[in-house]
Design a protein around this ligand. Structure first.
Ligand code: HEC
Length: 102
């Protein structure tokens, strides 16, 4: 029994870093791919942390906003110009921005 518990603990410890890699880090992706425009609000980009700019957008929901961010809109290129990002990574960055705009 003791051995089994030890094995379980070892297995869980091994799985943790894998889970960390699997879930994209929204803040890191934002800093890399989105902050250039969204930190200052260049060219009409909704600024990070600007609650007035995000109130209506947050109400539209994460899927709608992620769809727009993937395709691009107006002065915003598709995926902010970072075509190497997966859709899940763009979504994580959008979630980070939505959270900051609450
Ligand atoms: C080159 C500058 C630029 C970069 C880089 C950029 N954006 Fe934008 N973003 C904009 C502009 C400009 C708008 C406003 C577009 C409009 O409403 O016409 C915008 C709007 C948005 C919106 C709101 C869309 C809507 O329908 O209201 C979201 C969400 C968004 N960006 C997410 C992101 C994410 C996520 C990234 C990084 C992966 C990113 N942006 C990178 C310029 C940029």
């Amino acid at each position: 029994m003791k051995k089994l518990i030890l094995l379980l603990v070892a297995a869980m410890t091994l799985m943790l870093p894998v889970a960390g890699f699997a879930a994209p880090n929204g803040e890191a992706i934002y800093q890399k791919a989105c902050s250039v425009c969204h930190n200052t609000g260049i060219a009409g980009a909704p600024q990070l942390g600007n609650k007035a700019a995000w109130k209506e957008r947050n109400a539209r929901g994460v899927d709608d906003l992620t769809g727009v961010a993937i395709k691009g809109k107006g002065a915003m290129p598709a995926k902010g110009g970072h075509s190497e990002l997966s859709d899940a990574e763009v979504k994580a960055a959008v979630e980070y921005m939505m959270e900051k705009g609450k």
